[in-house]
Design a protein around this ligand. Sequence first.
Ligand code: PMP
Length: 381
Amino acid sequence: MRKKRLMAPGPTPVPEESLLAMARPAFHHRTSTFMEMFQEVNEGLKYAFQTSNPVLTFASSGTGGMEGAVVNTLCAGDTALVVRGGKFGERWAEICQSYGVKVVPIDVEWGRAVEPDQIAKELKKNAAIKAVFTTLCETSTAVLTDIEGVGKIMRGTDALLVVDAISGLCADDLRTDVWGVDIVVGASQKGLMTPPGLAFVSLSDRARSAMSKSTLPKYYFSFQKALKSLEKTDTAFTPAVPLVVALSKSLAMLKEETLEKVLARHGRLAEAARAGVKGMGLELFSKAPGNTVTALKVPDGVDGSELYKNIMESFGVTLAGGQGMLKGKILRIAHLGYCDDFDLLNALAAIEMALKKMGYKQIEVGAGVVAAERALAESEV
Ligand code: PMP
């Protein structure tokens, strides 16, 4: 018998309450039962997104929300500034290019964060930039972007600030309204502790005014259509009812714990994860780590893909390997969503045991777990 433990940066484990809630018999969405629940969910999303603006819900993965953010705010031939420091920054650029939006990239070395000043410089140089696309947690490199800093340097400019917070939401702080973020994209399967299948988009007044001028093609992802329905607590198309049911439970848990404590819990786990990695004698990959995911460098002489496979097959723990140019070079531990101290200790123990099993001589089994446990004990909540 081998228990399975999910510690990847999405999909993340779903709490039992949310899973069980989905098991109720199907019901129609044009009913007071759904509308009352949807009303509550919409308020819960505003709380999670730290905004008083509307948050749209789509039945799609997070990328649908990203595509929607591009096609609802820009026109063909517009210019967008895109921070490319990993796979998901690259995705912003690819979506823009697919629709004929000119991309001015800021290419950041993978593992490092963009400096808000780099964005300020580009904005000064190029008055045509209509929007800046960036990522809260660049999941592929475990780098956290200083969105507050980016918001500060963008204040007073006409460009929209669009943030992919798909993995970072509810793990890394994102003060949408206070920091001046126009569009935040989220998804259900990460910090929101819900199965995959829902994308969310928050819209500032400035974003809504850009929407009225945007001419890029859209139909299902028309934010104006979705907004009109949302005003009546309705959806333009059939919503993913069971996922909304699960989300309502997960958002209730978030509200009960409070966002402040949820963020603190993620911060504490991330700190312990870093202590654990260092305690194992391994190196962290990210120079600007956040609370969502921790990336470690696979030590020399160890096959990273084998290590990932071994941790999953021999110890039942699903982590994430490296993507793109980092394939086989890093290992990522997510401490995201429905995750506690013992989930993290399990993951660290599995890494140590797999390294030992693979014949990596330098590993002293338990050293990482001890370091993480100490860090947790010292910062007990
Ligand atoms: N952006 C980020 C930062 C992500 O972590 C992910 C998923 N790993 C995505 C975008 C893509 O989301 P989805 O797979 O839900 O489309």
